[in-house]
Design a binder for this molecule. Sequence first.
Ligand SMILES: O=C(O)C1=C[C@@H](OP(=O)(O)O)[C@@H](O)[C@H](O)C1
Ligand SMILES: C=C(OP(=O)(O)O)C(=O)O
Length: 442
Amino acid sequence: MPAPHWPAPTATAPVTATVPLPGSKSVTNRALLLAALADGPGVVRRALRSRDADLMVSALRALGASLVAVEETSAAVDWQVTPGPIRGGARIDAGLAGTVMRFVPPVAALADGPVSFDGDPHARKRPMGPILDALRSLGARIDNDALPFTISGPLAGGEVTLDASGSSQFVSGLLLTAARFEKGVTIRHVGPPVPSQPHIEMTVQMLRAVGVRVDAGERDVWRVEPGPIAARDMTVEPDLSNAAPFLAAALVTGGSVTIPAWPLETTQPGDALRDLLTTMGATVTRQDAPAALADTVDIAGAAAGTTDLVVTGTGEISGIDADLRDVGELTPVIAALAALATSPSRIRGVSHLRGHETDRLAALATEINRLGGDAEETDDGLIIRPRPLHGGVFHSYDDHRMATAGAVIGLAVPDVSVENIATTAKTLPEFTRMWTAMLDSR
Ligand SMILES: O=C(O)C1=C[C@@H](OP(=O)(O)O)[C@@H](O)[C@H](O)C1
Ligand SMILES: C=C(OP(=O)(O)O)C(=O)O
């Protein structure tokens, strides 16, 4: 029986809360994969515990790595990762995780036998063609152009041209394993612009941090030299994209939300929230002297230190005209804020969101309009005009970021209930508890 819809709490007063966030999905799943391919045992600290991270752990274990939790809370875990010979015969469940369905097949192509992949029903619709074709041209055999498929090596590596306009993960997936290909890899993108550039920078930076030689000097071309991946201790930053709904609560309620341990330098796209929320009417400040992260190397960039990030709203939200191509995963929360704004908004550059957990442009327009709003899909984004909203069911389409967008709207609009709030477990299993705690704190 499906769970009852979640009654999204309406804020009765401005929120004043400090919200520590669990680790980044994107950093966690890269760090685990690199550790599993490394030249010796290593530790991934403060890794996220969530459905996507659990799927990555299971995939890497199925392929022969040992991952042992050495320190664990409900939201975070330190993994001791010991690489092993990459085993064929595995069946990998990608769930709905882009990072599993695009990052793990190149590893599987190194295995000593065929490896099969499948995932959730909607995962079979997510674009895979360009990365599977690329793997084929590098030597792999693959029996389909989307999930489900079976992949067999060996894979020599070499030069490949692909169109990565549908997802940056096609590039990141190839880059992460490329040092283990006999010839390394040279990837050339041809086509409309590649989205989510910060996520590619995250991949490049993390590879360099484990000693892999990457040349990313020419636009749309990446070259990885063959060679070992060094075993390192890595520490995962808080998930700045998952900061979005909590920071949005400051704008909606005219309150103030603090996120501790915000990295001063990071490749995470969530860092763009500082500018986006300022444009929408918030005051964004950093507090505390930067404190260098303790004893471990943060391979995604926060070695420069962290700070408290404080976002304060007025209760009035300004519309925004923004190209979110680089930070597409922020779109659902920005659209939720736009639906509550006093002036029109235009979100551009995000046609690739049609290939995310759901077609996010269609889903956002449908759900905002269902609550009485005025949202219109364009070729590459959304136009959202101010109109009073009313209560109703906000459908999540099994998309964690749709679910949190519904929660943001519910703060201001009475009687909104979110269908399948449990889908937030993809990247933030404790979402409802954290949301309630935020609203309860004073
Ligand atoms: O590499 C990553 O960790 C991600 C890349 C982006 O994918 P797209 O380029 O497909 O948008 C992003 O939206 C996704 O949430 C995570
Ligand atoms: C697009 C997203 O996820 P995935 O890693 O599954 O692509 C997302 O988290 O917004």
